[in-house]
Design a protein around this ligand. Structure first.
Ligand code: 5GP
Length: 193
């Protein structure tokens, strides 16, 4: 997605050689027009896959996931990282190691929201080593829901996430694929959409 790549070039900042900061348009302050285009782009790719739910993980997956779900006209579910008092029903859980926070946490979705009839599109902001997406796939597997694909805004293709997900037989679609962040310079591969 050319607009996303242009915006990353314009406003993205490289930290420590392998982390990209996009807090002025994705992860903290959000550009709704750009996110609406992201939603349209994923919906166009996955419109014929019979998706019934869009699933993401809080917090920065929520915005792209909601725009995608709106376009596909299906509900969006975000896996929660901390258990709320109101989550008093049966939970599907998985452990996820966070690349940016470097801690393992349990993520949960109420089992009433995912069933074996569901065909799921997972959406997240970044793909690094694939642990967040893997945790969400495991949650869906516990519900016997089928994961049809994973949609990612920014894939860091120099990390191992895509390989891990493709080994799990899941289709991965990234809107911007970064080949390298070496020396603070952002270099792209062609995106999938
Ligand atoms: P993974 O689980 O694929 O290793 O990492 C993906 C998760 O870590 C995403 O949900 C995202 O929040 C975070 N993440 C990974 N790499 C980056 C990065 O370069 N920048 C930001 N802002 N978040 C990242």
């Amino acid at each position: 997605m050319q607009t996303l790549m242009n915006r990353i070039m314009q406003d993205g900042n490289v930290l420590n050689g392998d982390v990209l900061k996009v807090d002025s348009f994705v992860t903290h302050q959000v550009d709704p027009s750009l996110m609406a285009e992201v939603g349209q782009c994923f919906a166009e790719v996955f419109k014929d896959y019979g998706i019934t739910k869009v699933v993401t993980i809080e917090s920065s997956g929520i915005v792209p996931a909601i725009y995608t779900a709106q376009q596909l006209k299906v509900p969006m579910i975000f896996a929660r990282k901390s258990k709320s008092l109101t989550m008093d029903e049966e939970l599907l859980t998985a452990s996820v190691y966070s690349f940016t926070k470097q801690v393992t946490s349990t993520v949960a979705i109420s089992s009433k929201f995912l069933t074996k009839e569901d065909r799921v599109l997972i959406i997240d902001d970044f793909l690094a080593n694939g642990q967040a997406a893997k945790g969400l796939i495991e949650l869906c597997q516990k519900a016997e829901a089928e994961v049809v694909g994973v949609g990612i805004l920014i894939e860091k293709a120099f990390q191992s996430g895509r390989k891990l997900l493709e080994e799990m037989q899941v289709k991965v679609v990234s809107l911007a694929r970064i080949e390298s962040l070496e020396n603070g310079k952002i270099q792209f591969l062609e995106g999938d959409a």
